[in-house]
Every structure is written in structure tokens, then in C-alpha cells.
Design a protein around this ligand. Structure first.
Ligand code: ZN
Length: 190
């Protein structure tokens, strides 16, 4: 369910601000709303996939949160006794990538705050160990989505509007990881 939540949050962030407002206002926490919410997600994903069946362009929007998220997921699988599930890792990835979006794509601080507080309210905190940041960066570099040498992201300019094929410098990615750690403070040690 946590993995499914993360994908629903992602669909709203990349395509539909109204859907995001429903999720932000806790509609997910009540099971009777799920059919309606899942329907919104299916429509968004279906439209994107039908428009771009071979992942040439628009479908890359669905990678939001996943460049960092996949790296965290692989890292956790290798290092943790109880690894994070896909959605838990993507949830962290979406926070980091939203931070990067404020620095590189014009996402507002207000939107970042809304994304960070909504996601942290759903998911447990997971400290990203600074000594292992280089491992995470290596995992991102190996990601299939990358072209040339850069690390390629889908970023947000506002909630509901995303842009694919955005190349991000390693320094800013590290800032994104640190931003997530600063949000969770000392709440959890994993
Ligand atoms: Zn996913």
C-alpha cells in the first residue's frame, strides 16, 4: 500500500494539482475514497503511456522521484536487514527531487513545503548516511535512464507540471539528500 501511495502522489505531482490537493488533505487516509483516487491515477498513467508507448519523451515524466528513489531502494536492499519497499524509497526520492526542483526548475518554496510535509506525514523517516552518499551517486549514474555522462531527472516547475530530461550536477543532488536528512532531524535512526 505504501508503494501504491507513492505512485499516486507522483501522478498528482507531475500532472494534476487538484488531485494533489485531495491527497494533501488526507483523502488517502480514508479507504472509502480509494476507488475515486485510484481512478484519477489510472487516468493519468494511461494517458501518458498511450501518448508515448516507447518512452521517447512524455512517459519519462513517470520517472519523477525515481532517479534518487531507485538508488535508495537498491542501497537499502544491499545494506538493510529490513529493506525499504519501492514506494518508501520513491517517497524519499520525491522529496529530494522536489528540493532540486526549487534550485533548478523554479519550484516554489511553498510547493516544496507542501510536498515535504505531506510525504513525511505518510512515511517513516529513513536517515540517509552521509558516508554512503557516493554509493547512491554511483547507483544513479548506472541508472538506465541516463544519457551521456550526466544524471538525468524529471523535475517540477510547480505542483502538477513536470519536465523530463533535466541534467543535474552531483553537487545539487547531494544538497537534495542533505535536505531530506535535515527535514527528518533526529527522529529516526535506522
Ligand atoms: Zn515506481
Amino acid at each position: 500500500m505504501l508503494s501504491g501511495y507513492a505512485e499516486a502522489l507522483k501522478h498528482a505531482l507531475i500532472k494534476d494539482v487538484t488531485y494533489w490537493e485531495q491527497l494533501e488533505n488526507g483523502m488517502l487516509s480514508d479507504a472509502k475514497n480509494w476507488i475515486k483516487l485510484i481512478t484519477s491515477s489510472i487516468h493519468i498513467k494511461n494517458d501518458i503511456v498511450l501518448n508515448d508507448p516507447f518512452e521517447k519523451d512524455e512517459r519519462k515524466l513517470l520517472n519523477f522521484g525515481h532517479t534518487i528513489g531507485h538508488a535508495i531502494e537498491s542501497y537499502s536492499l544491499k545494506n538493510d536487514e529490513i529493506p525499504l519497499c519501492h514506494g518508501e524509497a520513491v517517497a524519499i526520492g520525491m522529496i529530494c527531487e522536489s528540493y532540486i526542483s526549487t534550485k533548478q526548475q523554479g519550484l516554489s518554496e511553498v510547493d516544496l513545503e507542501s510536498i515535504a510535509s505531506t510525504i513525511t506525514s505518510f512515511y517513516n523517516s529513513y536517515r540517509l548516511k552521509e558516508v554512503d552518499f557516493h554509493q547512491l551517486i554511483e547507483l544513479m549514474k548506472n541508472d538506465k535512464k541516463n544519457e551521456n555522462n550526466g544524471i538525468i531527472f524529471t523535475l517540477l516547475s510547480k505542483i502538477g507540471t513536470a519536465h523530463f530530461n533535466q541534467e543535474v550536477e552531483v553537487e545539487l543532488i547531494l544538497d537534495g539528500l542533505n535536505y531530506y536528512n535535515s527535514l527528518i532531524g533526529d527522529k529516526v535512526v535506522n
